[in-house]
Write a protein that binds this ligand. Structure first.
Ligand code: CDP
Ligand code: CDP
Length: 209
């Protein structure tokens, strides 16, 4: 069984994905970390993010055993990931790993931007998680503060708006809800309430099928 979760930056996809996976005994993959890890390779080697060939090579030879490195979750890496994720060869190189991950028993939860549309179009349940940009910026601000990164709220909001725009307008795998996705607006839901709402959607969906 596959649960696909897509949505914009800091909408709560990762938190929800992990909670659902723990609850259901499924594996969980935050696919944003793959793009962040590719960006990290380029930045570590001093290669400009505009070098498409180098980005594709980095994606093809990505070591996926270090996705839990804490520095991948920083603000700069999210921005850099959004640049290299627009390159089709980078996306192609990361596809097989994501699809393979989704084939695990008894199930898998994958979250990102194109899980329901491209990576797992046959997912059993597709959720599209949204929240107003101001609320997402507030959450990301608090999250970064907890990590020891004090980035101004206005800077984060501007970054989120820029990233939304880039992710939604790129020609390759743009961020959008799959036709059969159920949208959950978490603007007024904390992580617990979002988890309960998602579980109810999943239960309802599985009862129908
Ligand atoms: O956590 P946050 O939503 O800020 O970012 P993320 O999910 O780690 O993703 C970082 C960037 O990677 C996004 O802005 C997207 O451009 C890209 N990404 C993507 O293109 N496709 C995915 N399946 C996941 C992330
Ligand atoms: O994965 P994504 O970028 O969509 O977001 P996240 O990393 O799951 O969530 C960003 C931050 O917002 C985390 O610190 C969560 O604890 C928090 N959050 C929240 O306050 N309310 C929610 N409904 C979901 C997440």
């Amino acid at each position: 069984m596959i649960i696909a979760i897509d949505g914009p930056a800091a909408s709560g996809k990762g938190t929800l994905g992990k909670r659902l996976a723990d609850h259901l005994g499924f594996a969980h993959l935050d696919t944003g970390l793959l793009y962040r890890a590719v960006a990290a390779v380029l930045l570590a080697r001093g290669i400009p993010l505009s070098d498409r060939e180098a980005a594709a090579r980095a994606a093809e030879s990505l070591d996926v055993s270090h996705l839990d490195a804490p520095d991948l979750r920083g603000a700069a890496m999210g921005e850099a990931a959004s640049v290299i994720s627009a390159y089709q060869p980078v996306r192609d190189a990361l596809l097989a790993f994501q699809r393979q991950f989704g084939r695990q028993e008894p199930g898998a939860v994958l979250d990102g931007r194109d899980i329901g549309t491209v990576v797992c179009p046959d997912a059993d349940v597709k959720l599209f998680i949204t929240a107003r940009p101001e609320e997402r910026a507030r959450r990301r601000h608090l999250e970064l503060l907890r990590r020891g990164e004090d980035v101004a709220y206005e800077t984060i909001l501007a970054d989120i708006r820029r990233r939304d725009e880039r992710d939604m307008t790129r020609p390759t795998a743009p961020l959008k809800a799959a036709a059969d996705a159920i949208t959950l607006d978490t603007t007024n839901l904390d992580a617990d309430a979002a988890f309960r709402a998602a579980l109810a959607i999943i239960d309802g969906k599985l009862r129908k099928s």
